[in-house]
Design a protein around this ligand. Sequence first.
Ligand SMILES: C[S@@+](CC[C@H](N)C(=O)[O-])C[C@H]1O[C@@H](n2cnc3c(N)ncnc32)[C@H](O)[C@@H]1O
Length: 200
Amino acid sequence: MAKRPYQPKDFYFRKAKDEGLRARSAFKIEEIAKKHAIFKKGQNVVDLGAAPGGFLQIILNAIGPTGFVVGVDLAAIKPLGRPNVKTAVLDVLADDFHEQLEALQGGPIDVVVSDLAPKTTGIKDVDEARSLRLVGVALEVAKRRGRAGGHFVAKLFMGGEFEEVRKGLREAYEDVKVVRPEATRGASMEIYLVGLRRRA
Ligand SMILES: C[S@@+](CC[C@H](N)C(=O)[O-])C[C@H]1O[C@@H](n2cnc3c(N)ncnc32)[C@H](O)[C@@H]1O
């Protein structure tokens, strides 16, 4: 039988399973965090679009027992077995989302993380516009609650509005990076925008 070609999808899928991670996407935040020193012990973090919890597993390890993380998603997230994580089923597009989040998580937020992704339709413009709307929510969370000096990481489908978003981010953060992690599937249009050190 012919040998199957190398498929990164299988590699990261298996690696996630081997390491007890809930999703292969965990490797994306791990890579971004390592590259840009995003997390520190004791931070207050929010993870938007957090189900099934792969990012949360990495974040929990990085912030340690003195940190705190809230993960929200339309889908329920199975308990992570740690006292310093709260999860909730929330629609980030709901009118009262910011109030609901504030009720779950006090204080300024050190790192706003968003892996929010719309259900794709295959129609490029529609998918990009939906992705953009979700990134808008993450940016609004950072604007309302982000601590000066804190960081921002959000997934975005690369499209026409990308430069606009990057420009906005540059106004709010001292340094802005664009990352396409290794674990991103070959044809995917997704990238992560990273904002470092929120301006006061
Ligand atoms: C790529 S997945 C996240 C994977 C996650 N980072 C992990 O590591 O397990 C994208 C998530 O965005 C969520 N999502 C999309 N639209 C949403 C909305 N309006 N409100 C809340 N979550 C949403 C989806 O339910 C989905 O679970």
